[in-house]
Design a protein around this ligand. Structure first.
Ligand SMILES: NC(=O)c1ccc[n+]([C@@H]2O[C@H](COP(=O)([O-])OP(=O)(O)OC[C@H]3O[C@@H](n4cnc5c(N)ncnc54)[C@H](O)[C@@H]3O)[C@@H](O)[C@H]2O)c1
Length: 254
């Protein structure tokens, strides 16, 4: 009997949007599980301290600038990661934004910006890293979706559409790249306490409404999502592809 292997020993992992919030937690969790981590952020100055923290954990880490809306930036980041490490084993597509507003007020500019980051950027990061993984004959991609890819949420027309798109895209890439040994999965958290939600949770009525929708009775912390991400990056999940794992405290179970 071979028991499940949750280790990422000496794997090379790229995390997008890794300077804060969930991406920061994912970058450290990858390192804790044994990976060397390419820490990306729009602003390389913000990636540097995270990379230093990972090096202090005894792993290698490369801070790189990445604007997910720019194909040139994605290609430069992938090229630099390959120059340094020679391969890419794991990609966590974490970068994302939300612009909560009523559907009647969504401007074309807001719609495009949100889709460009949450869906188009995620797709082209997957494509450019996927090209490397297909050539290698192995790799794991984890897309950070949201419970809002499964249910509707008021003030979240573009956000729900983008995250629903992430769920579908995850399935397509999984099907296309399975024969090349590349697994593509997602995680879909409920509301988490991160810089992304800090201002939203200042509204006590909103916070109470959110918690009332979560059977487990609390919002998530970054740490609540890390187990699912590490699992989907590890050999323990080798037969899993095309799925998006809800980490939603039961929000979608009602
Ligand atoms: N916080 C939540 O409640 C929650 C719930 C479900 C899903 N999520 C998802 O988790 C992911 C991370 O969210 P978070 O809460 O940590 O948010 P956050 O705002 O704290 O961090 C988002 C990260 O994405 C980066 N980013 C944004 N636009 C970018 C761009 N154009 N190019 C490169 N990087 C960019 C930011 O710099 C930042 O590092 C997002 O995809 C979000 O949709 C968050």
């Amino acid at each position: 009997m071979k028991f499940p292997d949750f280790q990422l020993t000496d794997k090379i992992a790229i995390v997008t949007g890794a300077s804060k919030g969930l991406g920061y937690g994912v970058a450290l969790a990858m390192a804790d599980a044994g990976a060397h981590v390419v820490v990306t952020s729009r602003d390389i100055e913000r990636a540097q301290p995270v990379a230093t923290e990972i090096q202090e954990m005894g792993r290698e880490s490369l801070p790189l600038a990445l604007e997910v809306c720019s194909l040139d930036s994605i290609e430069a980041m992938v090229g630099a990661a390959l120059d340094r490490f020679g391969r890419i084993d794991i990609l966590v597509n974490n970068a994302g934004i939300n612009i909560p507003e009523p559907a009647l007020e969504v401007s074309e500019e807001h719609w495009d910006r949100l889709m460009d980051i949450n869906l188009k950027g995620l797709f082209f990061c997957s494509q450019k890293v996927g090209t490397v993984m297909v050539r290698q004959g192995q790799g794991k991609i984890i897309n950070v979706g949201s419970q809002m890819g499964f249910v509707g949420g008021k003030l979240r027309a573009a956000y729900c559409a983008s995250k629903g798109g992430v769920v579908q895209l995850t399935k397509v890439l999984a099907i296309e790249w399975a024969k090349h040994g590349v697994n593509v999965n997602g995680v879909a958290p409920t509301f988490l306490r991160t810089p992304f939600t800090a201002h939203m949770f200042e509204d006590a009525t909103f916070y109470d409404e959110v918690v009332a929708n979560i059977p487990l009775g609390r919002v998530g912390e970054v740490e609540d999502v890390l187990g699912a991400v590490v699992f989907l990056a590890s050999p323990a999940s080798d037969l899993i592809t095309g799925t998006t794992m809800l980490v939603d405290g039961g929000w979608t179970a009602w």
